[in-house]
Design a protein around this ligand. Structure first.
Ligand code: GLC
Ligand code: MG
Length: 631
């Protein structure tokens, strides 16, 4: 005897007689009281108002009601989901709002040389406050001020005696607070120089470290040595051994710069904590950002091995300059980025309020190792600097061809991590002024390059008027680097700002003292003369800077190379979209055209295609610049 399961679920005796009593009501083909469509009474009766719930339910479960209802339901769900997805995609794809540090150029003030308010020959904070109009006139909002901390001034403020005080030469803390308040009132941001690598040898920490105070004993990098035998062959950036014997402690201390600038031991958590406390100190005063000085020097290898010589045959006693060694153990050591990321995290905690973003830029000259510089951008998950300074355009003087300019630009653009923001530097207090190194005729075109490339331009004071280096004789040298070797002197690019044709170029007018001589060309190269003179370097700077901030393609457009050869480097800035506005800029005109190329004035708005605007930069003679992109 066998059993067979019926489709309905009832069980049937295969060879026997089926027993109807055995069939369960639940497993019959259809429930006894379900409406049977063909002969159901409900198919003939129309739904009526006030029908009882039970009847209504019977109707509503019929396919002709249920199916459209379910279609409508799923349609609503999928439309809602699609709407959410589209919104999220639009938000994700739309370009973020630009920060203040992206919109305005960063203008570097070297405080000793900007404006002297009290006639002692050295610029000061009150002087900067007197000149805030200059930034307003240039449409510049971000001001980086080189150090004004209390300092013995061996390296003009980069040797800090007290990280929480203002040097009397520059003014008082009150002067600083007034300057900051006035800047903020005028919509300006203040970026401070910050020096985490070293302090002055007059800093309290160093004095306590020398006497082996238990708290401060390891605040600096000490090693056993004697007055003649140094721990290794490491050399200072300013020349000679980077170790100095300290008689008080009977050991050598490390200084990657002057012997008056002992390196802090950043491997010591207590030192890092001190530095972070100082960051807090200035952020809570309201400063808007930091330029982190000499960051690649923050850590050194603890094994203290000799660095390899560039020329292995050079006698060791002749190994005295930065260029004689490969800096495998004194720069870019593992752990460096963690320290900067730690600083950054502290700064982020002050960046949360709208409009209060705190900006960080790092200074690291990595020369041909551009990938090392790029690491300061951080990783997609961990923030570091907003950008590391891009010093590659400082190499423009090596070869004034369009191809070389393109190469230098491309070095940054093709190595920069995805989604990051570029920047360009053509001068600072450490490098010869471009007007002197590349040549005066290039001043305007270099400003043009600076202001039309994608990213944030940095302008060293005086570049907007085309200031040149001064000549310095051996007896005039102020810079310690120049005292080591006159040709290294950074004094030539630090001469007083040329405001007008009056005494001392308007830098000060009380006395005839200026800490460095004023450039003799100040009668014609000054702010007052150039302000309203069409065709002047400053007029052009102002025009291009306004253009950069008002024309979206310049501010945030794509960047494409168009042409590069010995004479021309041209590129395109264009916004996304089929008919987006476009703008073109050309650099390095054929040699005979150099003068005219730099004379740029009003944009000539013409129209093309479907009405999208095109910008042409015209020369003063109203002739389009040669090589101008006609889009
Ligand atoms: C940076 C500064 C430079 C200074 C050095 C040591 O490179 O730009 O002026 O001498 O650090 O602090
Ligand atoms: Mg002064």
């Amino acid at each position: 005897m066998s059993f067979r399961r019926k489709d309905s679920g009832s069980v049937e005796l295969e060879d026997g007689v089926s027993n109807p009593a055995f069939q369960d009501a639940d497993v019959t083909d259809s429930p006894p009281d379900a409406p049977k469509e063909p002969d159901s009474v409900y198919t003939q009766v129309k739904p009526y108002a006030g029908m009882p719930k039970e009847v209504l339910l019977l109707y509503s479960s019929q396919a002709r009601y249920r199916v459209p209802r379910e279609i409508l339901f799923w349609l609503t769900v999928s439309c809602t989901l699609a709407l959410v997805a589209v919104t999220v995609t639009i938000i994700a794809l739309s370009p973020p709002c630009l920060g203040w540090w992206q919109i305005s150029p960063v203008y570097q003030v070297y405080p000793r040389s900007f404006k002297d308010s009290d006639g002692d020959g050295v610029g000061d904070l009150k002087g900067i406050k007197e000149k805030l109009d200059h930034f307003h006139n240039l449409n510049i909002k971000s001001i980086w001020i080189s150090p004004f901390y209390r300092s013995p001034m061996k390296d003009f403020g980069y040797d800090v005696e007290d990280f929480r005080d203002v040097d009397p030469l520059f003014g008082t803390m009150e002067d600083f607070e007034e300057l900051l308040a006035e800047m903020h009132k005028n919509g300006l941001k203040l970026i401070m120089d910050f020096i985490p690598n070293h302090s002055s040898d007059r800093h309290r920490w160093f004095n306590l470290s020398r006497i082996r105070d238990p708290v401060y004993e390891d605040y600096y990098v000490w090693a056993d040595c004697n007055a003649t035998k140094k721990p290794n062959n490491w050399v200072s950036i300013f020349g000679n051994s980077s170790w100095t014997y300290d008689e008080v402690r009977g050991q050598c201390y490390l200084h990657q710069f002057l012997k008056e600038q002992p390196d802090l031991n950043m491997r010591n958590p207590a030192v890092r904590k001190e530095i972070i406390d100082i960051i807090h100190f200035w952020l809570s005063k309201g400063v808007d950002g930091f330029r982190m000085d000499a960051v690649k020097h923050m850590l050194e290898a603890t094994h203290l091995r000799d660095e390899p010589q560039v020329d292995p045959n050079k006698p060791p006693e002749e190994v005295t300059t930065e260029w004689d060694l490969f800096h495998d153990y004194t720069t870019s050591q593992v752990g460096l980025h963690n320290i900067l990321q730690e600083f950054r995290a502290e700064m982020e905690s002050y960046s949360r309020e709208p409009g209060k973003y705190r900006f960080m830029v790092t200074e690291s000259y990595d020369y041909e190792e551009v990938e090392k510089t790029m690491m300061y951008y951080g990783t997609p998950l961990v923030k570091e600097s907003d950008f590391p300074f891009n010093f590659y355009l400082l190499d423009l003087p090596q070869n004034t061809s369009g191809l070389w300019a393109k190469h230098l630009v491309d070095l940054w653009m093709s190595n920069m991590p995805r989604g990051k923001w570029p920047n360009w530097v053509v001068g600072n207090h450490d490098k010869s002024r471009i007007a002197s190194s590349v040549g005066k005729t290039y001043v305007r075109v270099i400003n043009m390059l600076l202001l039309t490339l994608p990213g944030t331009p940095t302008t060293y004071y005086g570049e907007e008027i085309g200031m040149e280096n001064i000549n310095i004789t051996a007896d005039q040298v102020q810079d310690p680097f120049g005292k080591y070797n006159l040709s290294n002197s950074r004094d030539p690019q630090r001469s007083p700002m040329q405001w007008n044709g009056d005494m001392n170029a308007g830098f000060n007018n009380q006395t005839n003292v200026t800490w460095l001589p004023v450039h003799p060309d100040y009668k014609s190269v000054n702010v007052e003369v150039q302000k309203d003179s069409e065709g002047s370097t400053m007029f052009q700077y102002n025009f291009l800077n306004s253009l950069r901030q008002s024309e979206l393609p310049f501010l945030r457009g794509w960047f494409c190379y168009v042409r590069a050869n010995a004479d021309v480097f041209s590129y395109l800035r264009e916004l996304d979209g089929p008919a987006g506005p476009a703008a073109g800029a050309d650099e390095h005109q054929p040699r005979q055209q150099r003068e005219s190329l730099s004379e740029v004035r009003r944009p000539d708005r013409t129209r093309r295609g479907f009405g999208d605007p095109v910008l042409h930069l015209h020369s003063l003679s109203s002739q389009p610049l040669l090589g101008m992109l006609r889009l």
